[in-house]
Design a protein around this ligand. Structure first.
Ligand code: AMP
Length: 282
């Protein structure tokens, strides 16, 4: 495993591999790795000959009152986890390498899809995400990039960016990796106290309950979402931001629930904002 800090180093490292016709996968992350990230690496290895993982906490996607300063960072730990799992190159640029001295004047914006759900509560978040992902795509020029279903709206927006802006690459989205008790893995779980960790189970439990109702034949979107909302709203220590049932193609509410419908939730547990979602038919 090689750690590369600059675009020039990365491009020099990849030159030979590209010339040899190797298929290159990119796994973008903000580091502080867990099994969810490593599952993306497993998937990347199935789709490519070589895996580049980027580790970069992107300031552009954090709001002024969000957790940019305290977001967990530990590159040595990440490298120790990524190497044995088969990552070939870690690209870990600093802010200057990514953005230089000038304020970014050109960004990628997707108002129709990015200003709702998580984007409604985190103004500018997806503009920051799409902009850094577009930059990473141009820096790495991967054949395939792998994202997690955990960040469902993000994955959907990236697919649309690749299609709408004609990036010549494939996007793979892999299932959510959970702790044994159902909590979706997240670097932010480290913020949770033990009581908060217990309270946080309300997210996955409310989604699983709705999926169970769907499996038993419930197709009424109002009824399904009301069940999720009431479970979240009655959970101690949980402050719901939103719970929505959407069509993953356009983020609109479906007329009736179907196998592809996604129920997505966001909630604060203490000071920690958590998200989770489920695809009803999966
Ligand atoms: P992050 O480091 O949180 O920005 O996440 C980097 C990538 O890992 C994104 O594509 C996430 O969707 C994905 N990811 C994060 N947590 C999980 C999880 N529990 N299961 C699957 N993918 C995940």
């Amino acid at each position: 495993l090689e750690i590369l800090r600059t675009r020039a180093e990365l491009q020099a490292a990849l030159r030979g591999d590209r010339a040899a016709g190797k298929r290159i996968a990119l796994v973008p992350t903000m580091g502080y790795l867990h099994e969810g990230h490593l599952a993306l690496v497993d998937s990347a290895k199935q789709h490519a000959d070589l895996v580049v993982m980027s580790i970069y906490v992107n300031p552009l996607q954090f709001g002024p009152s969000e957790d940019l300063a305290r977001y967990p960072r530990d590159l040595d730990r990440d490298v120790a986890m990524a190497g044995p799992r088969g990552v070939d190159y870690v690209f870990a640029p600093d802010d200057h390498e990514m953005y230089g001295d000038l304020e970014t004047a050109v960004t990628v914006h997707a108002p129709k899809l990015a200003d709702r759900m998580c984007g409604h509560f985190r103004p500018g978040h997806f503009e920051g995400v799409l902009t850094v992902v577009a930059k990473l795509f141009n820096i790495v020029r991967p054949d395939v990039a792998v994202f997690g279903q955990k960040d469902f709206q993000q994955a959907m927006l990236i697919r649309r960016m690749v299609r709408d802006l004609s990036f010549d690459m494939d996007i793979v989205v892999t299932p959510i990796v959970r702790e044994a008790d159902g909590l979706a893995m997240s670097s932010r779980n480290i913020y949770l106290s033990s009581e908060e960790r217990t309270a946080a189970l309300a997210l996955s439990q409310s989604l699983r309950a709705a999926q169970e109702q769907y499996r038993e034949g419930e197709r009424n979107v109002h009824w399904l979402i009301t069940s999720v909302r009431s479970m979240l709203q009655s959970a101690q220590g949980v402050s719901m931001q939103y719970a929505e049932i959407v069509d993953p193609q356009n983020l609109e509410a479906p007329a009736i629930a179907n196998d592809d419908s996604v129920i997505a939730v966001a909630a604060f547990v203490g000071k920690t904002r958590l998200i989770d979602n489920v695809i009803l038919g999966k």
